[in-house]
Design a protein around this ligand. Structure first.
Ligand code: APR
Length: 261
């Protein structure tokens, strides 16, 4: 395994444009469950119930959605960046990061110190709420306070429209700017590192393919096998935190003058 860590560190040193692509597995060590592992969100809830079309079509669906969203928000609110988030923030400081493309809605890359312009939130964020009619923005905690006081489905103070966390639900259109930027940067990078994603949800899961097809090296760091393992240049089936911490150590060693590993 050490040889694999060294190899990834060496590829980072030799690369000019490095994209990190993250999924829910990057945040499990921060206490936020992922979606498809045993005990994950979709083990406890049926994803069919949370399609965007259902949310906009009925009060009952909105109530169900807010119950699930409130349960998911609690661990996110308390969560702190783990070793993987911190290593990615360090890569930026070392000038070794083009961007982080994340499917996560927990805001932990920003909390870890990555700059906003380097973080592409493909599936939006749970850290604020917006009105689906007038796009008025609300702080998430303010709306959670209303839920705590018994509101089952919050509506907009200005236009009365339905409020929803600023995340992208199944069936909801992807954010145009972020999606285009993610495609562009994936196609231009020379090293693409996937961390903690099952790589089954589109269009996000097509980004590693775009990178590979445009000549980038592909590294996958994930606890379980993914459908793309065979086409990757290197696969590490391990925990994101300790793996990224080890890679960072070799990276720093390798970047030191006259040092090698
Ligand atoms: N270290 C490394 N890998 C991990 C860890 C960890 N600590 N914890 C979990 N994993 C791996 C699991 O093995 C799993 O393959 O992370 C992967 C997480 O996969 P999913 O739960 O499917 O999450 P993700 O790929 O982000 O899902 C994509 O699906 O439900 C939607 O919108 C949601 O953004 C999400 C999208």
């Amino acid at each position: 395994m050490e040889e694999k860590f060294k190899q990834v560190a060496q590829w980072i040193i030799n690369s000019k444009r490095i994209v990190v692509f993250g999924g829910a597995g990057l945040s499990t060590e921060s206490g936020i469950p992922d979606f498809r592992s045993p005990g994950g969100v979709w083990d406890r809830y049926n994803p069919e119930d949370f399609y965007f079309q259902k949310f906009i079509s009925s009060e009952t669906s909105r109530e169900k959605y807010w119950q699930m969203a409130t349960e998911m928000y609690e661990p996110m609110k308390k969560a702190q960046p783990n070793l993987a988030h911190l290593a990615i923030a360090e890569m930026e400081k070392l000038g070794k990061l083009d961007c982080v493309i994340t499917q996560n809605i927990d805001g932990l890359h920003l909390k870890a110190g990555n700059s906003e312009e380097k973080v592409i939130e493909l599936h939006g964020t749970a850290m604020y709420v917006s009105c689906l009619s007038c796009q008025k923005r609300y702080d998430r905690d303010e709306i959670q306070e209303r839920i705590k006081k018994g509101v089952k489905v919050p509506y907009c103070d200005d236009c009365g429209g339905p409020l929803k966390p600023a995340t992208i639900s199944f069936g909801q259109s992807m954010p145009e700017r972020e999606t285009q930027e993610a495609y562009d940067r994936s196609s231009l990078c020379d090293l693409f590192i996937v961390i903690g994603s099952s790589l089954v949800v589109q269009p996000a899961a097509s980004m590693p393919l775009v990178a590979k097809r445009n000549g980038a090296r592909l590294v996958i760091i994930n606890r379980d096998p993914t459908p793309y393992d065979d086409m990757a240049d290197l696969v590490i089936h391990g925990q994101a935190g300790p793996t990224m911490a080890s890679i960072l150590e070799y990276l720093k060693m390798g970047l030191m003058p006259h040092e090698s590993f």
